[in-house]
Ligand binder design. Structure first.
Ligand code: ADP
Ligand code: G6P
Length: 489
């Protein structure tokens, strides 16, 4: 398609997600600095380039004053980002509460929060009200910036109420919704007090997408069992209106990682790391410090491996880089102390005056340092208890074409479906099995590593974030055209 000025036509895309790709840090009354946000959603969407995209979302800070809001809006505009300003109370009830204390654990099969159980009705109701209010605030910003023909792509569990808010305002808006977490079995979703309202709202979208076919299937069966709607091969139908439901497995911008490895700065990092850990095999974990990532279980499995394999004692090191996340939610605070306690105990037990078996960092690494770390790793440990996809496993594979290291991967991560043939798949709850897999990975022959790596490398380089977004948006455009044809018949 060409525009009148001869330039190729690029469809305008409004990406709406709770988290903007950059988080703001206040430096003065009207000055802000912006830092890249961590998380798979941001990583994938930053890899999407072929659209005229605008991001609408929360910058991760409370900005109560007008001067601050104006200055931040201006700074974000340079990054094509549009802020939604949420006050402290909304953040507490909507983000810390309903999103991260209720929906997030539930969607990852960790159930509803235990200590809230008795008080569920009261706290649940006010948190759900705040959730709906916040979603309406996102909708108001979308409506302000929407132009006819735009595609509006809503993301994740924070914004399940958004499709309905948008369609109520404008039935002609093209609306897609994509979930970056698992969608659990309908038996789990049934326990959620607001189960029907959320499903109905998501179904207001024209296209609903998930990482895997299983998540899409769970969603369709939740709609049939809970709402009594009809599940069809295309999606969910209610009184002649079809909502298309399908799987769109996400990917990364693999070229960005591969190119980064050539940079002198990364080569320098690689050289330093090799010297630092010379004579030892490097095992790596990179996660947000989140209970779904199975970090305590991973470290306990490493301890078991050390116990059972004294030979490896001073010949292996585990680097666990865990960026703190959602630190206002009590469950996350408990997890941090638990991980520190276990790491301290194991280092005390197996360390020496000159070396410790686990290097644990509570921080984020910059992109180039992360690429170097992936490149020098012999074994990556991704042991999520549940994970929508897990892009860390993809990033590791992208950086391993020289070394051909081994990926130990949880069978409960969406990535197990795409990288399963090349990885060693494990049940992360089974500490003995993970310990045995560490041993298998460290002792694997070069031929087998090569074969497994080729499989995964091919997948990661041929299923990119760009392709994921193009497929979703083109399916959304087609779905809307087909729906119009159906109703005009
Ligand atoms: P999630 O979306 O649940 O955080 P993913 O594995 O899909 O899980 O994505 C995590 C993203 O965040 C990856 O792009 C990864 O590089 C980045 N990330 C996670 N932990 C760190 C860290 N400690 N330092 C830098 N980046 C990190
Ligand atoms: C996961 C979610 C994202 C979220 C990210 C980081 O990837 O699917 O929606 O942005 O975690 O979490 P945070 O709460 O910091 O945005």
């Amino acid at each position: 398609c060409e525009r009148q000025d001869g330039k190729p036509f690029r469809q305008r895309l409004l990406v709406v997600a709770n988290r903007l790709p950059v988080s703001a840090v206040r430096r003065g009354e009207d000055s802000w600095s912006l830092e890249i946000s961590a998380g798979g959603l941001v990583t994938a969407l930053l890899g999407v380039k072929e659209f005229e995209a605008r991001w609408i979302g929360w910058a991760g800070v409370n900005v109560p004053d007008e001067i601050g809001q104006k200055a931040l809006t201006k700074a974000l505009a340079e990054k094509r980002c549009i802020p939604v300003f949420l006050d402290e109370e909304i953040v507490h009830q909507y983000y810390n509460g309903y999103c991260n204390n209720i929906l997030w654990p539930l969607f990852h099969y960790l159930g509803l929060p235990q200590e809230d159980r008795l008080a569920t009705t009261r706290s649940f109701q006010s948190q759900f009200a705040a959730y709906k209010k916040a979603n309406q605030m996102f909708a108001d910003v979308v409506n302000m910036h929407y132009e006819e023909g735009d595609v509006v792509w809503c993301h994740d569990y924070h914004l399940m109420y958004l499709p309905e808010c948008l369609k109520k305002h404008n039935t002609n808006m093209k609306v897609g919704w994509f979930l970056h977490t698992p969608f659990p079995s309908s038996e789990i979703h049934r326990t959620l007090p607001s189960r029907s309202e959320l499903l109905r709202s998501v179904l207001a979208a024209d296209l609903v997408g998930f990482h895997t076919y299983d998540y899409a299937r769970h969603f369709v069966s939740a709609c049939t069992r809970i709402l009594g709607f009809e599940g069809t091969p295309e999606g969910v139908e209610d009184q002649g209106r079809l909502t298309r439901v399908a799987a769109f497995p996400i990917g990364i911008d693999s070229e960005r990682f591969i190119r980064a490895l050539e940079l002198p700065k990364v080569q320098e990092h690689i050289k330093d790391l090799k010297e630092r850990f010379s004579g030892r095999k490097v095992m790596l974990g990179v996660d947000r410090l989140d209970m779904i990532k199975g970090i305590p279980q991973k470290i306990l499995a490493f301890e078991k491996f050390l116990e059972e394999n004294p030979y490896w004692g001073d010949k292996v090191v585990l680097l666990q880089i865990a960026v703190p996340t959602r630190t206002d939610v009590p469950e996350y605070q408990k997890l941090t102390s638990q991980v520190h306690e276990i790491v301290g105990r194991i280092n005390g037990r197996f360390g020496s005056l000159t070396a410790v078996p686990i290097h644990h960092l509570d921080r984020s690494l910059d992109f180039l340092a992360l690429c170097a770390l992936y490149a020098v790793t012999d074994v990556a440990l991704v042991t999520s208890l549940r994970d929508g996809m897990n892009l860390v496993s993809y990033e590791f594979v992208a950086c391993q074409d020289a070394k051909k290291g081994v990926l130990v991967l949880s069978e409960f991560a969406g990535a197990a479906q795409s990288l399963g043939a090349g990885a060693i798949l494990v049940n992360p709850w089974n500490i003995s099995e993970v310990a045995a897999s560490i041993s298998q990975a460290l002792n694997m022959s070069a031929e087998e590593r090569e074969k497994r790596h080729q499989h995964n490398f091919h997948h990661v380089t041929s299923h990119t974030a760009q392709e994921w977004a193009e497929t979703f948006v083109s399916e959304l455009n087609d779905t809307v055209v087909e729906a119009k044809l159906r109703t005009s018949k």
